[in-house]
Design a protein around this ligand. Sequence first.
Ligand code: ADP
Ligand code: MG
Length: 250
Amino acid sequence: MTSPAPGDGPLIVVDSVNKHFGDLHVLQDINLSVGRGEVVVVLGPSGSGKSTLCRVINRLETFESGTITIDGQALPEEGAELAKLRADVGMVFQSFNLFAHKTILENVTLGPVKVRKMPKAEADSLGKELLERVGVQHQAAKYPAQLSGGQQQRVAIARSLAMKPKVMLFDEPTSALDPEMITEVLDVMTGLAKDGMTMIVVTHEMGFARKAADRVVFMSDGQILEQAPPEQFFTDPQTARAKDFLSKIL
Ligand code: ADP
Ligand code: MG
């Protein structure tokens, strides 16, 4: 397979990726291509490999065979090139992992200043703009512990966006939140999707999947079993495992 040039072709291509954890074949010949501006929602039972897939795309995990390209560039094993490529891939997890001893604004500006070498004044103005975008501009001088979970997760999204990523990976971003805070985070994600951000989202929020996804990818036991537009997947799942999954979750 020839890699497309940057700016051309799909943004992410996962090609025949395999990974084991000991005896467990956690990713089994995974093929997934994500277009520019596309929103892919990954669904599947717990333990099916969704988080691992996100983590190999960001190289937080190694894999044994296959290739992953981001904007036409293969993921390097390590070093400065990896850091650069990784900065193109924003990631938001279930736990917000904000720096407890930094203010909200500092949490957002740290990456651009340290990794992107952005002048502090520019990073501050970008940070404020992003905090406004996620609706927590009034909390800029506070510390993470002073914010609600939903606010902290929105800060985590702003922090990722500050690196100007080409793609955003979300791994169950609302799973640790109290129900009343889920919507405010999903609304920010929906806004991002509308603005054309390329996104891979692992979630159990079926409303978000129906509304925001261009495509649903269904994983089970380390395999991608189905890929379809949400309407099609929810109304006419093809495999017994997808039917079973939907019957439990809907
Ligand atoms: P999901 O996100 O779909 O719930 P994961 O990718 O987290 O699934 O995990 C897939 C499988 O891999 C699970 O059986 C899990 O226990 C196992 N697993 C995940 N991370 C590790 C690890 N670091 N070491 C060993 N096994 C792991
Ligand atoms: Mg997971």
